[in-house]
Design a protein around this ligand. Structure first.
Ligand SMILES: [Zn+2]
Ligand SMILES: [Zn+2]
Length: 82
């Protein structure tokens, strides 16, 4: 979990829990644990929604937009897999 991750629309910040469900297999997952990739089925989520049930705004954003100013640094570090 990267501390600065936040929703680009409402600045909601996720806690370090599995708040999302995989769109492919439905298992609980943390979108920021593996850059949107499901640990169960390997499905890659290129968009991440802001969960309304946890006080988010409900809008989807490209996964990297959640990292804000950090996405350029992330690509330089080459941690984006698959
Ligand atoms: Zn899955
Ligand atoms: Zn939001």
């Amino acid at each position: 979990m990267i501390e600065k991750v936040h929703c680009p629309h409402c600045a909601w910040k996720p806690s370090a829990e599995k708040l999302w469900h995989c769109l492919e297999c439905g298992s609980d997952m943390d979108m920021f644990d593996n850059l949107g990739r499901c640990n169960n089925c390997g499905y890659n989520h290129d968009k991440t929604y802001c969960p309304e049930e946890y006080d988010g705004c409900g809008l989807s954003s490209p996964h990297l937009a959640w990292y804000g100013e950090f996405d350029e640094g992330l690509s330089k570090l080459n941690i984006i897999r698959g």
